[in-house]
Design a protein around this ligand. Structure first.
Ligand SMILES: [Zn+2]
Length: 242
């Protein structure tokens, strides 16, 4: 059974990471606890969001929601020691996979020069019966591709015109919430920070359907993953090496 497979400790022999997700709140459903651990170790982590999540609240119009969720994401990031939060301004809900998305991510990789990339599950499902959102699928896939694009001087020559030289220093891409996790991070000491990070999405969480409170679920996942790593609490990642 996939759920019972043992997970390896995620390599931590790096100093700079960039976490890329489609929406404000994506990284806060688990990955943020790992980010809190890494920043506490003195590593630098920057966030890159493809959209502002402006289509995420049914009762409010996008022009109000975008700036509000951007602010919530900045506060979430600060809780786990992340000071740099950037937005690519792709349109929430209809992010398109293609050269533009790959180039925008590759540009950020060349600017920040991370050794590790973190992103959210790009697979069709999270392992359950629900199909994964289009934005998650496309952004996750584009991160995997951009990790290579960033190191190739011929794929996006316009980036060199901007003064951005190729960066082939990305050693691994870590996909959070994948149904095929291979590795995990012990977050026993930083889980509460990850949870506090999620709670900064106040307006978004207030507008979630009643009964879909994320806090108990988040702890349950962390406990299950912890069992597979041999720690109390853990966050799983599917790791692709470059
Ligand atoms: Zn999302």
């Amino acid at each position: 059974m996939e759920e019972e497979q043992r997970l390896q400790p995620l390599p931590e022999d790096w100093t700079r990471a960039m976490a890329v997700a489609a929406h404000p709140d994506d990284l806060e459903y688990g990955a943020a606890s790992a980010v809190a651990r890494w920043t506490a170790q003195g590593k630098e982590v920057v966030y890159l969001l493809a959209t502002r999540g402006e289509a995420g609240i049914d009762a409010m119009p996008p022009e109000e929601v975008g700036p509000l969720r951007e602010e919530e994401e900045r506060r979430s990031a600060a809780v786990v020691g992340v000071q740099t939060v950037e937005f690519l301004d792709h349109r929430d809900g209809v992010v398109e996979y293609g050269p533009r998305l790959r180039r925008d991510i590759a540009r950020a990789i060349r600017r920040h020069r991370p050794e590790a990339l973190i992103t959210l599950n790009h697979h069709d499902t999270f392992g359950g019966p629900s199909f994964n959102f289009a934005d998650h699928r496309w952004v996750g896939l584009a991160v995997l591709d951009a990790a290579q694009d960033a190191g190739n001087r011929w794929i996006f020559p316009e980036l060199r015109d901007e003064g951005l030289e190729p960066w082939s220093g990305v050693k691994m891409v870590c996909v959070a919430a994948s149904p095929y996790s291979t590795h995990a991070v012990d977050v026993t000491d930083t889980f509460s920070k990850g949870m506090a990070s999620l709670m900064e999405h106040r307006v978004y969480l207030e507008n979630l359907a009643k009964g879909s409170e994320p806090a108990p679920l988040l702890r349950q996942f962390a406990q299950q993953t912890g069992q597979r790593l041999g720690t109390e609490l853990a966050v799983g990642f599917q790791v692709f090496m470059l």
